[in-house]
Design a binder for this molecule. Sequence first.
Ligand SMILES: O=C(O)CCC(=O)C(=O)O
Ligand SMILES: [Fe+2]
Length: 280
Amino acid sequence: MQVQVVDYRDPDAPARFTESLRQTGFGVLKNHPIPQDMVEAIYREWLAFFDTDAKTRYAFDRDKQDGFFSTAISETAKGHSKKDIKEYYHLYPWGRYPAEVPDTARRYYDVANRLAQELLGWVQDNSPADVRARFSMPLPDMIEGSAKTLLRVLRYPPLTGDEEPGAIRAAAHEDINLLTVLPAANEPGLQVKGMDDVWYDVPCDFGTLVINIGDMLQEASGGYFPSTTHRVINPTGEGRFKSRVSLPLFLHPRDEVVLSERYTALSYLEERLRELGVKM
Ligand SMILES: O=C(O)CCC(=O)C(=O)O
Ligand SMILES: [Fe+2]
């Protein structure tokens, strides 16, 4: 399992990046256009917010799915029984943004979306003709003007020792969406499962960008692009006393976009959210 680290400025980057996604479901970009100081500011600003009680005023809305998800209600990955050890906030352009937090994450949403659209173009251009023929429209068009793309600000709290046995920061799962764009977190822990069923660390040099395939792109590509299982393991040593912050942008098509003969983006999402137990 070799997740490639690709230089965004390399003329071969689109092909090499798409090949890594095809082989592993993951690709890592260095020298990409997302300003690292913006990412670090968001980590700082939201860590401060998660440390206050103000977050409870933004408790998530079951229908809309925006707002703050506490550790008590956070997801239980599909097929697992223990909740993940994490809390998070779901930011949508139309959703609630905490008054206590500077607007860096809101600006990041637009910056990251622009890059994501370019990367979807790379994937589109480097897919074989038979795979491209399956797409109901070019991949970058699927997310154009989408109100469903979601920025999740995640905080994995320091471990207390009272965690439920077997619970981890993020249990093995696949992402639901088309593509996920994730700046390397402030602490390690992200792992991807290889075809050999072995867990591999995802290269996570601070400043790089991790991109992975979600189930919707696997569905739309007839399985050509694999939505690979990944997880976040608990830290050992000094890392136990630290919070880990991460910032996945989950790219979602507009509701009406046809993914396959079986699903539109909306029908697919609703099925999956019910399975996660965060929606009725
Ligand atoms: O925190 C991370 O590094 C990954 C998070 C993740 O996989 C998710 O929220 O779907
Ligand atoms: Fe994930």
